[in-house]
Design a protein around this ligand. Structure first.
Ligand code: ADP
Length: 691
């Protein structure tokens, strides 16, 4: 609104000023000519100031428009010099070429098609195209207007000049209206409308000016000048309000299809065709014709030069596009994510190396398979749902299960997007997938440890509540045992005492499951603790035909622990393994390995070749009171207590591997202080030995 008001004010001021000075020819000429050049100069200045806001073809568009306005200003100053200084205003002089070419620049600028985006890659080729059309315009004006002017004895060309000027304005009007229609849904729609408004004023006003010029009635400073002022004001309005180039689409802008070379070749063909054709059809005076021939030849050569430049620029553009494609391909291939492209019917068109590696197929094998062929059996219909959902919403996200060549499966988190052609038809689907096996395992572990800690709270409360009445029972039984009773009552009391003591032991076990901190920690060597426990069980194990393979780490594994508790953990694991083997074939092997993990933890791994742990109970074995053993054989507390002890030491106890037998891994933090104290102990014992 503010800009239109300024524009209107300028027009009114110009009209009023011209009317006020109508009796003073010199003042009117000065006023009129300066008023005429200010708006086009303003366009150039605005573009100069805002130039950095545009890039690529959008900057090219404004550059050409601003150059056009500047050329027009030069041309008009030439005209004004004739009017004011030489007192002989002439429409046909050297300056005419500037005015004509300047007036054609907005039309040529439209060929940059700025509404299509910045298209920075294409800017060099487009600029050569624009130069070719500039050359064609320059050729036409020189050939039909300037040569007759400078060659003595030529026919008058006033009409030709007016026709060309009017044709230019008509083409500009059609071009801007067409562009405004095509770009109506883009931010450039409004800019084109403002330019079209200016072109419309120019086209209509030019009729009146042409008549005035023909009748010799034109006077600068008059209302006729609005034919030039109004369009330039509209161009300034367009330039000041034009959208800046979107920064988003610059770094990853997809290469726009290059403008066909034929478009650039048109001027090169037209120049000799028009030049020599006209000479052949309408030969005039020999001097003029020979100058025309010379100009035609020179500009044809110039055009060919531009065409060559265009091809070179296009080659560079292709090279850059090629380099970018290579970069994208390298990024796709080297990413750890699985990237796949399928045709609209689901057949694989391409997949990156990660996908091929993880699925176990070669690239050529993949092309005969479809998206659903590599999904877990029974889920084929999901493939159709995914493509339909991606087509409808533009993207589908979810989790699916992939099936490898060897039949094994794994879960992936998957994003699928459709690729469309110019007619909005889906041609391909692109999928980006990520193996989430580890993530799911971690999540399960987290859920499990949350459940265990919740249970721990409950168990702690219950254990404390039971402990007090239990103490009372034990106390009462002891008191009653002290007073003389008959033998049968005494037997009952003894039984009561034993059962109360057993219940007390269970309560103590429960409390050690929930105990957060372990007192009495000492520096110890994990290898040595394991050895002690194995020694304790060696006889029993031999009796039961169970071999124990102890693979201790070569150097001590220092830990700061409550020895008894860690021994209890190892003992629990060993007893469970023994029980599993005995319940199975009766004989077997238990392998215990100790080592230092890269993460700075000391690790004990205990494997057996028993029946293993069924998948359905794997998630529950650490829960208190969970047991698969017969009544009286197991309490279901061994693993939960061991888990609590490991956690209280800042370590962990977890089930590892999917092997046929069971495998448990106990991890404890390594302790540097413990290392020093172990070293001291070793030194001391060596001293004693040597003494
Ligand atoms: P309990 O031994 O009293 O049953 P635990 O907490 O020690 O209690 O063990 C819980 C359950 O874990 C066992 O009942 C058994 O089903 C399973 N389990 C533990 N260790 C093994 C193993 N080495 N092989 C097979 N199953 C095992």
């Amino acid at each position: 609104m503010a800009y239109t008001s300024i524009g209107l004010a300028y027009l009114i001021l110009y009209a009023v000023g011209g009317w006020a000075l109508s009796g003073h020819p010199l003042a009117l000429a000065l006023f009129g000519n300066s008023g005429l050049v200010l708006p086009p100069l303003a366009v150039s200045v605005i573009v100069f100031i805002r130039r950095r806001e545009w890039v690529g073809c959008q900057r090219l568009f404004w550059d050409v428009l601003a150059i056009g306005m500047a050329l027009w200003v030069v041309g008009h100053l030439g005209w004004a010099f004739g009017e004011i200084v030489l007192k002989q205003p002439s429409w046909l002089q050297w300056h005419t070429l500037f005015s004509l070419c300047g007036g054609t620049c907005p039309l040529i600028a439209l060929l940059a098609r700025p509404h299509l985006g910045t298209r920075s890659e294409a800017a060099p080729t487009v600029s050569v195209d624009l130069a070719s059309y500039g050359l064609l315009a320059g050729f036409i004006y020189t050939y039909f207007v300037m040569i007759p002017v400078v060659v003595p004895g030529s026919a008058p060309v006033q009409d030709t000049l007016l026709t060309l000027a009017q044709t230019n304005r008509l083409l500009l009007l059609l071009g801007t209206v067409g562009a405004a229609w095509i770009a109506r849904d883009t931010p450039w729609g409004r800019t084109y409308i403002r330019l079209a408004l200016g072109a419309g004023f120019g086209f209509v006003g030019r009729f009146a000016v042409n008549i005035a010029i023909e009748r010799g009635e034109y006077q600068s400073g008059s209302l006729y000048d609005l034919t030039w002022i109004a369009p330039a004001l509209c161009y300034a309005w367009a330039a000041i309000t034009a959208p800046p180039s979107s920064r988003e689409d610059q770094p990853i802008e997809m290469p726009a299809p290059a403008a066909p070379v034929l478009l650039a070749a048109v001027p090169v063909f037209l120049i000799p065709l028009i030049g020599y054709g006209w000479l052949f059809a309408r030969p005039a005076d020999p001097t003029g014709d020979s100058v025309r021939m010379l100009v035609t030849s020179l500009l044809t050569v110039g055009g060919l030069g531009l065409l060559t430049l265009r091809l070179v620029a296009q080659g560079g553009e292709l090279q850059r596009a090629d380099a970018r494609l290579k970069l994208l391909a390298a990024a796709t291939e080297q990413t750890k994510d699985l990237i796949l492209i399928t045709r609209a019917d689901g057949q694989f068109a391409h997949a990156n190396d990660s996908f091929l590696r993880i699925m176990g197929y070669s690239r050529s094998e993949l092309t005969s398979l479809s998206f659903t062929d590599l999904m877990e059996r029974g889920f084929e219909k999901l493939g159709l749902h995914i493509s339909a959902a991606a087509a409808e919403h533009g993207v589908w996200r979810g989790t699916i299960v992939r099936r490898r060549r060897d039949g094994s499966t794994f879960p992936v988190s998957c994003t699928v997007v459709p690729l469309k052609d110019a007619d909005e038809r889906i041609t391909y689907f692109v999928g980006v997938e990520r193996d989430i096996t580890d993530e799911l395992r971690l999540r399960d572990q987290l859920v499990q440890s949350e459940r265990l800690s919740a249970m721990g709270e409950v168990v702690a409360g219950v254990a404390h509540e039971i402990n007090n009445p239990l103490q009372t029972i034990v106390g009462c039984v002891e008191l009653m045992m002290d007073s003389p009773t008959d033998p049968s009552t005494r037997r009952d009391l003894e039984l009561l005492g034993r059962e109360a003591a057993r219940a007390g032991q269970i309560v103590r076990n429960l409390l050690s499951f929930v105990r957060r901190s372990t007192p009495n920690r000492v520096a110890a060597d994990l290898n040595e603790i394991v050895k002690t426990v194995v020694e304790l069980r060696r006889y029993h194990l031999q009796q039961r035909d169970i071999i124990v393979l102890l693979r201790s780490h070569q150097t001590p594994l220092p830990v700061l622990v409550n020895r008894d508790e860690v021994q209890q953990v190892i003992m629990n694991l060993l007893l469970n393994a023994e029980h599993a083997i005995n319940g199975d074939s009766g004989r077997g092997t238990i392998t215990i390995s100790t080592f230092a993990a890269a993460t700075g933890q000391q690790v004990l791994q205990l494997e057996d070749d028993g029946p293993g742990i069924p998948t359905e109970v794997r998630g529950r074995i650490f829960e208190p009171f969970f047991t698969t053993k017969e009544v009286g054989e197991g309490t279901g507390l061994g693993l939960s207590i061991s888990h609590g002890i490991a956690a209280a030491h800042g370590g962990s106890l977890e089930l590892c591997g999917d092997g046929p037998g069971a495998c448990f891994r106990l991890t404890l933090p390594a302790h540097a202080g413990a290392q020093a104290s172990i070293d001291q102990r070793i030194d001391r014992s060596t001293d004693q030995l040597t003494r």
